[in-house]
Each structure stands twice: as C-alpha cells, then as structure tokens.
Design a binder for this molecule. Sequence first.
Ligand SMILES: *[C@@H]1O[C@H](CO)[C@@H](O)[C@H](O)[C@H]1NC(C)=O
Length: 321
Amino acid sequence: MKAFFCIIVAVLACNGIESLLLPTWRGLRSPGHAPSWFSRVRRYPIPTHRIIDPIEDCFLVTSEEGELFFKSPSDEPTVCGIYMIAEPDKRIQVIFNYLDVPCDNGGLVAWIDGWELNGQVWPADSWDDDRVVESCDTRPQRKLVSRQNAALVQYRVPARGKGFAITIRHLRNARPCNQMLFGTEGVYTLRNHGETGNCSMIAVSPASVRVLDLNVGQSIKRGTLLDVETGTISHCTKRGLVDYADIGGASGLDHTKMEIYDSICGLNSNEAHRPMLIACEDTVIRLVSSGRYQNSITLAFSPLPLEHYEHADLICSINEV
Ligand SMILES: *[C@@H]1O[C@H](CO)[C@@H](O)[C@H](O)[C@H]1NC(C)=O
C-alpha cells in the first residue's frame, strides 16, 4: 500500500508548476492541473469541428484528427495545452487555419514537436530548438509535422474573444523511433531500423510488461550468418555486448532519467515466462543500438492493478519537485 501512496503523491506533486527547461520559451508553462492523464481524455467521436471549452479543456488530451477552435473567454493569462497523440506508427500534423492572438500582454501560441509537462520534455534525448515554434499576431504558414506520434500546442491568450483554429491530421511514419503509448493495453514493437542511437517507448502510467519477442544485438544488417537463438541475455554491457534494451520506469516524461529494472539482449522468439511489473508514473523501454544490427523487441503491455504495486519488480523513487 505504501508504494501506491508514493505514486499518488508523485502525481500530485507534479501539479506544482515549475519553470521550463527550454531557454527559447518566454515563460509559457504547463497547465497547472494534470493529475490523471487518461481519465481526463476526451474522445471525440467524429473528426469534425470542435470548440475548446476554456474551462473543461485547458488540459486537453486528444487522439483524434479534426479541427479545433479556441476563443479566449477572458483577459487572464492562463496557459493551456492541447496534447495530441496518435498511433505509434503515425506523426502529428498541425495546420493553423487562423490565428488572432495579439502579442500584447504575453499572448502566445507555441507548437511543440513532443510533449512537455511539469518542466520535463519528451523525447528529451533528441530535443533541439527546432522542436518549438512560437507565434502571435501572425500564424505559422507552413504545416507543422512532428517526428513522433505525440505533439503539443500550448497557448496563452490574454485577450477576450481572440483565439485560433487548428486542423490535426495523423500521417504515416514508416520508421517510428520514439513512441508514446496511448493507454497501457496492447502489443507494440520497438525497432532501430538498423540505425545508430536510442529509440524508446513510453506508457504514461504504471504497467505490466511482458517480452514476447527479442532480437537485439544479433541480426547483422548485411551478411548471411544464420541467427542462433541465444535466449534472453542479461547484463549485456558487462559481457561486452553493445546493443541492448532497458526496461524500467521514470517519474515524469524525461525517459533519459529512467530507472532500469532489467537490461536485456539476445535472440529469443519465446514469450517471457512472466511479466515485469513496473510501478512508476511512466513505464519506459529504451533500445540502445550501435548501428551494426537490426534490432527489435516486441512487448505486451497491460495495466498494473493497484493490488500488485506492493510486489512490483520496480517501484520508482519519487521525483524531487
Ligand atoms: C543512449 O542511451 C545510453 C544509455 O543510457 C546513453 O549512454 C547514451 O548516451 C544514449 N545515446 C544518445 C545518443 O542519447
């Protein structure tokens, strides 16, 4: 039961607004209330027009395509966000159809190629200034397309009656690297597509994770060697194996600060005997690739019931806020 309370405390602690990590940001901050991610999600049945309710939808998570309008109800400098998420093999495209947000009094609309919450960004390890586009007075003319399946529009419109309209589309992504999962149910595959670097998967909740198929550090990109089932190997780096997958969790969106429960590699086409129970705010899988191999790891995610928290395999320490 103790673990359960820790997690609740972590989530509540996140309500405190922190300063942003981004130097380019002129003081936009996350919406203050974001306690429970997916309980607050509104699913829109038909992808058509929708008007953002300034009170209900300040922290809006949407997995739908369509057109969204915002009209400011007051002169208050409230910061709100439209957190967009699509299937892991999609990208998010946003077009500003119109923007009538005066720059006076700090009016600002920002496109963020990724998510930001409580001062943490995702995906933190491939962050750069190109990920943020700020506007006021004039709308961004080009189509804005994210590199992964989640993106964010943050806005502060301290001018009654002013606002903006966007159209959200989901585009195909043939080579997804960083993936955010919408909910914790389903089977997902993480691949490096033969490339060097890290790819990751994050579920914004505690989860039970079972490895269904593992092929990491084994299949040479070009060559005729037969792949040999090695089984699942732990402590790969200690054995001098450079490609591996970390499984663990994080207290916040920044997966580079993840706590690792297990680090595995090898070739194993058999489902793991038991799932790993990750009792953290976020469940994270990170695939580290040298570029020499075609790596993939397939995992089944399911929600972690509360009664399993106390005998979870990993309980994350609480974020210092
Ligand atoms: C990939 O992850 C490893 C393990 O955490 C880290 O040491 C390395 O710096 C990361 N590489 C990049 C390009 O972020």
